[in-house]
Design a protein around this ligand. Structure first.
Ligand SMILES: NC(=O)c1ccc[n+]([C@@H]2O[C@H](COP(=O)([O-])OP(=O)(O)OC[C@H]3O[C@@H](n4cnc5c(N)ncnc54)[C@H](O)[C@@H]3O)[C@@H](O)[C@H]2O)c1
Length: 260
């Protein structure tokens, strides 16, 4: 197994893409530490992993926007597992779907707090351990919206473009300690969150659900939305020795919606 006994913190592992990532890393032999505000979902992920014969997962409920809680996450992990091999920064919120002039400052700041400040805090407090180990892999979940504009999603797009900037800068800064930092950029992923996005677009564009769905899938080469398991597969690859010469990269998993 590629990740045998690796200790992997996964933020937002209580549902959606993060749940699939935790599951896949567990299947590959890693011990997953699930850090999410969604405690119930986190235990469901742990249960799902245990019942499928994967490694036992740990749950440390964490709001990543709080430095105190992130410090608690890192200390709690080190007390039991002694090391941190993998950090997957997956927690993120979609932010408002509104014209710029209608976005309250609080909604801008709330989006930045989860999507960027939380990632900064998790990296900041994990890196000293990885430096001591002389090894580590960090994977940041960005979005294809980190590479191109998405109207009426200003805070989200700005935050995901920031995630790619953070990834490249950290890769350059941390490479000498053999800490690799990469980003994965999903396209539209099947699930409740995509449903919310579609509803938002319908509201602002006046288009029907079928029109929005057809337009969104038409834009992809494979004419498809993305299943979260394929994002998890790429994350597992990036964490493994197979990707030991990859850092500072942003890999699209988007059914060919964008190609850069
Ligand atoms: N779903 C998509 O289509 C899509 C596309 C591109 C990128 N992404 C990105 O993938 C990541 C996961 O998305 P998802 O679709 O699984 O979303 P989701 O809403 O289903 O799950 C996000 C998880 O993050 C957690 N979270 C939210 N705020 C938190 C906080 N303050 N502290 C800790 N955890 C917090 C939530 O509780 C939840 O478990 C996000 O970064 C998202 O931006 C998703």
């Amino acid at each position: 197994m590629r990740l045998e006994n690796q200790i992997a913190i996964i933020t937002g592992g209580g549902q959606g893409i993060g749940q699939q990532i935790a599951f896949r890393l567990g299947q590959e032999g890693a011990v997953a530490v699930i850090a999410d505000i969604n405690e119930k979902g986190s235990w469901e992920t742990a249960e799902m992993m245990a019942s499928s014969g994967g490694k036992k997962a740990r749950v440390i409920p964490t709001d990543i926007t709080s430095e105190e809680q992130v410090v608690n996450l890192i200390q709690g992990t080190l007390e039991i597992d002694k090391r941190i091999d993998i950090l997957v920064n997956n927690s993120g919120i979609m932010g408002p779907v509104k014209n710029i002039e209608d976005i309250p400052l609080e909604e801008w700041e709330a989006t930045m707090a989860v999507n960027l400040r939380g990632m900064f805090l998790c990296v900041k407090h994990t890196v000293p351990t990885m430096k001591r180990q002389g090894k580590g892999s960090i994977v940041n979940i960005a979005s294809i919206t980190g590479k191109r504009p998405l109207i009426q999603r200003t805070p989200y797009a700005a935050s995901k473009m920031g995630v790619i900037g953070l990834t490249r800068t950290l890769a350059a800064e941390l490479g000498r300690w053999k800490i690799r930092v990469n980003a994965v950029c999903p396209g539209a992923v099947i699930g409740p969150r995509l449903d919310l996005v579609i509803e938002g677009i319908m509201k602002y564009s006046g288009k029907s659900r079928d029109q929005v769905v057809a337009e969104r899938t038409e834009a992809s080469a494979l004419k498809s939305f993305v299943d979260a398991q394929y994002i998890a597969a790429v994350v597992a690859f990036l964490c493994s020795e197979d990707a030991v010469m990859m850092t500072g990269q942003d890999i699209n998993v988007c059914a060919g919606t964008i190609m850069y």
